[in-house]
Design a protein around this ligand. Sequence first.
Ligand SMILES: CC(C)(COP(=O)(O)OP(=O)(O)OC[C@H]1O[C@@H](n2cnc3c(N)ncnc32)[C@H](O)[C@@H]1O)[C@@H](O)C(=O)NCCC(=O)NCCS
Ligand SMILES: Nc1ncnc2c1ncn2[C@@H]1O[C@H](COP(=O)(O)OP(=O)(O)OP(=O)(O)O)[C@@H](O)[C@H]1O
Length: 299
Amino acid sequence: MINAATISDLARYALLREVSLSPKPGLVDRYNNGAHTDMDYALFLLSIDAISPFFKLFYEQGSVTANLSPPLALQALRKTGIACEQAMFKATGGVNTHKGAVFALGLLCGAAGRLTAKHHTVNVATLCAEVSAICHNLTEKDLGQAKRNNTLTAGEKIYLTYGLSGARGEAEGGFATVCRYALPAYTGALTQGMPADHAELISLLTLMSYNEDTNVISRAGLSGLKFVQQQAQKILFALKEEGDFDLRHQTEALNAAFTSQGISPGGSADLLSVMLFLYYIQVAFSKGEGASAERESVC
Ligand SMILES: CC(C)(COP(=O)(O)OP(=O)(O)OC[C@H]1O[C@@H](n2cnc3c(N)ncnc32)[C@H](O)[C@@H]1O)[C@@H](O)C(=O)NCCC(=O)NCCS
Ligand SMILES: Nc1ncnc2c1ncn2[C@@H]1O[C@H](COP(=O)(O)OP(=O)(O)OP(=O)(O)O)[C@@H](O)[C@H]1O
């Protein structure tokens, strides 16, 4: 049975796996801080401890608002989300470690509570469909409203400039980039007998090759986004073509390139956490009980 405790545990584990995956290009990991000067692995662990208690609250919020319309359910979830963001900023001294991850995982935990309260099956497809329904028209509402605000976030500026919808668009689209590309890349790598961290890196590179990451754009413009997508595609292609391809070495070289240009694919890192969470749900659900997902040691 999927419940608040299981959901919260799986969301926290997904965040731990994401930040612990090392090396990663441009991102904080156990070895270095990538393109970030204001955060490190220890700060991410502090942030995870601060936000994890909220995943149960997102689930419960989704449960108690199950009979409300999607816009009213979203309104309730966002109140919990803002409180969660404040806890994150308090723990990190104002550094944005998990803003995108709070948004995405908060919605997924809320959707799980909503589906369970309505006695609907909880699996990857129903969760993503429920998030899409909860976030219907969110991009236009949020970012349409942005035109009237004077303090715009990075994502709002990018939407108004390029029409790219970032984290909001991903949620409204039911995490299509994760379900269509990143999850199959991950399970395919596991099926080929690759270790979990190798499969996670392949999934992250797959995300980077497709994702219109507003983090990257806000740091390095559209040319930076094109560079990230091309470099990720290049590594994935070489991995397929060359049997003894040294993925770790190539990732370390890409990390050096991203770091020197201040590029951080933070949006893709958030979607890696989403992918892992959905995979753990898939494993837990296929076992019937709320069994904890098969766990590799985090690091
Ligand atoms: C929509 C969110 C992410 C804010 O977006 P905002 O425009 O402020 O920032 P921006 O779009 O630049 O990115 C925010 C985060 O999303 C991630 N992100 C960027 N691009 C993408 C993408 N294509 N896919 C997934 N995540 C992405 C980044 O890692 C970044 O940290 C959310 O934090 C939000 O709505 N905040 C307002 C307060 C709130 O409602 N919070 C609770 C939500 S449950
Ligand atoms: N391992 C990770 N390393 C760095 N960022 C990550 C990681 N995992 C997820 N992210 C996402 O990337 C975001 C951090 O990227 P970034 O620092 O560019 O955002 P920002 O704080 O909005 O920008 P800036 O630091 O330029 O003000 C986090 O909020 C988080 O959503």
